[in-house]
Design a protein around this ligand. Structure first.
Ligand SMILES: Nc1ncnc2c1ncn2[C@@H]1O[C@H](COP(=O)(O)OP(=O)(O)O)[C@@H](O)[C@H]1O
Ligand SMILES: [Mg+2]
Length: 457
């Protein structure tokens, strides 16, 4: 019996969407210039080398080795050491322009597959190959079929075949899609409200029941390329019997426990800057307990945040360096990126930094700057669920008047809601809703001057 073995592409998110990729599959990746075809091909080879012990070949008719190495190094992929170890080879075929040279080249590639014991191949691009045929496309098609059946198909070399789509054109043509490919995906870039959005459309994928229409993805660090997969709501841990310790905040003389993985909203009266409150009561307490924190502000600059928090951490002179090393400030500018980009970048950062706590401040500024509230809700919701599922406890800060509280997008999703207000010279923290409690906590009053001077008790 012929048993086909499965492999993973090693591309974040895409392997969750395409759960079955057989070794020796040929996947056509088509798209207009700049949509990310080379990046996805390179990442596929890179992860083969890095994670799966599968050697690889990049055959390019369009880009010199020097350019490829430089561009990929910029994105964080260094192929040079793998080349030195004879595990990777970049075959530069930019000068191959006629059929005879192509025949020789394909033979060389077949030899190279054996020599390297390659299990992954990228051909960039089939469009460049087809152009060599001039009036004899049939001949080229036959050559390529022969090549794929004698090489990749026979030897179970999983292949990404890149096709260049001219601007405005929607289909690949050449009779390639229909015959040799096991999967066809189209990469697209769209500008929506002045922001770039990248999408992948999955046209065909053998062995997979695909229900997604277009999948958003981003290019850039830390994942190089990553696809957005909605998290599973059933992965949220039990709030009744959490497996991790409660996250406890000490506010004045009061202790407030938060079940790990809860998402908690602090609404501040517009007259209050929440940063002193956060740097007095939240950050030092949690850092001392050994938690790792990612802090994101859509409002304050990194220097201001660092200085303010640093001032409060001066109460711990001996542990200062160690404490501050568990805090990373990862601001994102909401005006420069699409919502998908912002939320996916946040996700990537958190996957790499593995924090216990995420603090998001200035959420109102973010909402003011994004034009598409529906997308905001969807993407932010996904991140709330993902944090809950990963037991990351979230603290979110937004400015709003108490009477407008219910207008805050997704307000019903947060586990706990607090309102921060000022009364005389006191800061008043009122609990509006408390996770799994019938009656909210009693309000807490703290002398505002204590908050000002980082005085914790
Ligand atoms: N370091 C980077 N961070 C984010 N985007 C990048 C980076 N380097 C390149 N890009 C983007 O990636 C895309 C390049 O994709 P590429 O894989 O070369 O496309 P194609 O092969 O489809 O022409 C471009 O749109 C470019 O703006
Ligand atoms: Mg390219």
């Amino acid at each position: 019996m012929w048993i086909l073995s499965l492999t993973k592409l090693g591309i974040k998110g895409l392997d969750d969407i395409l759960n079955q990729i057989y070794r020796g599959s040929i996947i056509l990746v088509a798209g207009n210039p700049g949509t990310g075809k080379t990046t996805i091909g390179a990442k596929f080879l890179y992860e083969g080398l890095r994670q799966f012990n599968e050697n690889g070949l990049y055959l390019s008719f369009v880009e010199t080795k020097k350019d490829f190495y430089r561009n990929m190094l910029n994105l964080g992929m260094n192929f040079e050491s793998y080349e030195k170890d004879n595990r990777f080879k970049y075959i530069e075929a930019v000068t191959v322009t006629d059929i005879n040279a192509l025949i020789d080249l394909l033979q060389e590639v077949l030899n190279m597959i054996d020599k390297l014991n390659a299990k992954r191949l990228v051909v960039d691009s089939i469009s460049a190959v087809m152009q060599m045929g001039d009036k004899d496309e049939g001949k080229i098609r036959e050559l390529m079929h022969n090549f794929f059946y004698r090489g990749p198909k026979l030897k179970e070399v999983t292949t990404i075949l890149i096709a260049e789509l001219p601007y405005g054109k929607k289909s690949v043509g050449y009779g390639i899609e229909e015959f040799i490919t096991d999967g066809v995906v189209i990469l697209k870039s769209k500008i929506i409200k002045r922001k770039l959005i990248r999408l992948m459309e999955i046209r065909k994928m053998r062995g997979n029941e695909i229900s997604v229409g277009e999948v958003p993805f981003i290019i850039g660090s830390p994942d190089i390329i990553s696809f957005r997969v909605p998290p599973n709501i059933n992965a949220i841990p039990s709030g009744i019997s959490p497996t991790k310790e409660y996250v406890e905040l000490k506010i004045g003389t009061n202790k407030i426990p938060f079940a790990p993985g809860t998402q908690n909203m602090f609404i501040a009266n517009p007259s209050i800057d929440p940063l002193p409150f956060i740097s007095t009561f939240i950050i030092p307490t949690l850092l001392v307990k050994g938690y790792k924190i990612v802090y994101r502000s859509y409002f304050h600059g990194e220097k201001t945040i660092r200085d303010r928090i640093g001032k409060c951490l001066e109460y711990y002179p001996r542990n200062y360096q160690q404490l501050i090393s568990n805090l990373s400030i990862r601001n994102l500018n909401p005006s420069s990126k699409s919502i998908i980009d912002i939320e996916m970048t946040a996700e990537s950062i958190e996957r790499h930094e593995k924090p216990d706590i995420v603090i998001v401040e200035g959420l109102g500024t973010y909402m003011d700057l994004v034009s598409d509230m529906e997308t905001y809700k969807e993407e932010h919701y996904n991140n709330l669920i993902r944090r809950a599922a990963n037991s990351i406890t979230g603290f979110y800060f937004i400015h709003e008047l108490e009477e407008n509280m219910m207008k805050i997008p997704l307000i019903n999703v947060y586990d706990s809601i607090f309102y921060l207000n000022i009364k005389d010279k006191n800061l008043v923290l009122k609990s509006i809703r408390n996770h799994l409690k019938v009656v909210p906590l009693d309000p807490i009053e703290i002398d505002a001057r204590n908050v000002e001077s980082c005085f914790m008790v």
